[in-house]
Design a binder for this molecule. Sequence first.
Ligand code: FE2
Length: 233
Amino acid sequence: MTLIYPVESNAAHPARLSPAYRSTVKRSPSKPLIPMRHTLSELTGPVYGHETVREHDHDLTIQGSGEPLGERIMVHGHVLDEDGRGVPDALLEVWQANACGRYVHVIDQHPAPLDPNFTGAGRARSDATGYYKFVTIKPGAYPWGNHHNAWRPAHIHFSVFGHAFISRLVTQMYFPGDPLFPFDPIFNSVTDENARMRMVSAFDLEHTRPEWALCYRFDIVLRGRDATPMEAR
Ligand SMILES: [Fe+2]
């Protein structure tokens, strides 16, 4: 059994070596890649986690004993294939900083508070039409050590698993109009502007819930001419 994915959309993705994004200098391959045929079990084997997604795992605001601080938002959209068809039953996992720009992670020690009611992690499965939804807190910008005065634009990390273990794709969702876009080497490691803007969610007034939360739409296109740029391919 072979499965061939189209490669035309690869130009949308960031190069493995993007020198302005300093950690890619050491971690990108310095020698030609060696193609390896995927095994049958890699293509058809069960994917960890789909069956353990619980009803409320998509809501990052109800994991603690109280409400997390910050601006509550909804993020929703469809997982789509290259022809715009919804991809059902995809496992979506998100992780993000809290409203102050701090991750619950031992390495993140920058001077911003943790929130006892916010882990920054959530999961969801796309429905029969490819639709997914998260409720969360708008993440803050945070500093990182890439260069002097480096700050990441606010973003949510997304991982998408299909039915095969090797199908995992990872990207970041940004928020429209962020003033940090021109200064972020990760955002700009996607060199095509149209492709870059496909990582930016759209403000979705229509689905904003009055008196409760703003809404952003983020469709994830897995491949093809409108593919969402992905970090892991
Ligand atoms: Fe991040």
